[in-house]
Design a protein around this ligand. Sequence first.
Ligand SMILES: Cc1cc2nc3c(=O)[nH]c(=O)nc-3n(C[C@H](O)[C@H](O)[C@H](O)COP(=O)(O)OP(=O)(O)OC[C@H]3O[C@@H](n4cnc5c(N)ncnc54)[C@H](O)[C@@H]3O)c2cc1C
Length: 309
Amino acid sequence: MRRAYDLVIIGAGAAGSEAAFAVADGGKTSILLVEANHFGGTCTNHGCVPTKALVKAGKVAQAMRTAAKYGLEAVEPRFDWSKVIGRADEVRDHMLRHGPEPFREAGVEVAYPSRARLLGEHRLQVDGRELEARAVLLACGLEPLIPPIPGLEESGYLDNQTALELEALPRRLAVLGAGPIGSEFAQIFARFGVEVTVLEAGERMLPPEEPESGEALRQAFGAEGITVRTAAKLERVSLSGAGRRLELAGGSAVEVDSLLVAVGRELQGDALGLDAAGVEWTPKGVGGGHRRWPPLHPHRHGNGRNRGP
Ligand SMILES: Cc1cc2nc3c(=O)[nH]c(=O)nc-3n(C[C@H](O)[C@H](O)[C@H](O)COP(=O)(O)OP(=O)(O)OC[C@H]3O[C@@H](n4cnc5c(N)ncnc54)[C@H](O)[C@@H]3O)c2cc1C
């Protein structure tokens, strides 16, 4: 017989973890939390937390360089990148409070490391096991969007995860995309001495924001020696010696050692089996005709985390 749950939560990132604690009631409601990679999801492991630790390190480096404006002697910081990235890893590890145990203590069953795939509206497969669920919470986050640019796959690139695993810094780095993630990485690496070029296909930095933000950022980047090229559409990538040659629309090219792709994030609905479950989706997310489920706890309101079993 198939195992049946009241609720299956796919993903133990910020959303799935909070939801699991909010709904948990010591086991009276049968909940399964499925996590394929790391508890804490993107934010803790490859997003907000380690990048903010590096932003802080970069601020210190920049403060040393610009110390003269505070009446101190300006110095060019000397550093060992493995120690800088090592501290970011420590901050991340400190934030990784949640392994499976607190969820189990709250009465939530945990499948980890396990990947979930929807087989139908109420049916899932987890590690080859077929399950039933009265409700499914999709808290699976987004993955880096990698555009189909000729030569990109073959030449290799960094994304937000692999950029945080670099053991040594490249001398020249191109960052594709001037959104918040690309801009953050561009400034971090530039403040550690990497020659950074930001390539943005749109007319300005931070494209969805008001133009003033993009302009302010462009000026700040210019003052720090970061090259920003807007209306720069990458058309082809090829290996060039140990580095990469980036050919842009219009005929110009940029030579770099590494390329970091940060052009957005996408929902991988095929891998999740969203079509089998009849969920409307696009790479931007779930939308439209997804079903409204009846409440799991019809009489309970608010965050149930502190309620005992
Ligand atoms: C570099 C970077 C910096 C960022 N900085 C900030 C910031 O400063 N401030 C901010 O607010 N936001 C920031 N974000 C965004 C933030 O990380 C996300 O908004 C947040 O992680 C979304 O949480 P989530 O729980 O929805 O998804 P995620 O954190 O992505 O968690 C989803 C989880 O689901 C798991 N999963 C996926 N598919 C399956 C499956 N089929 N089976 C089982 N498990 C699965 C994944 O392994 C993952 O652990 C940043 C993102 C990046 C990439």
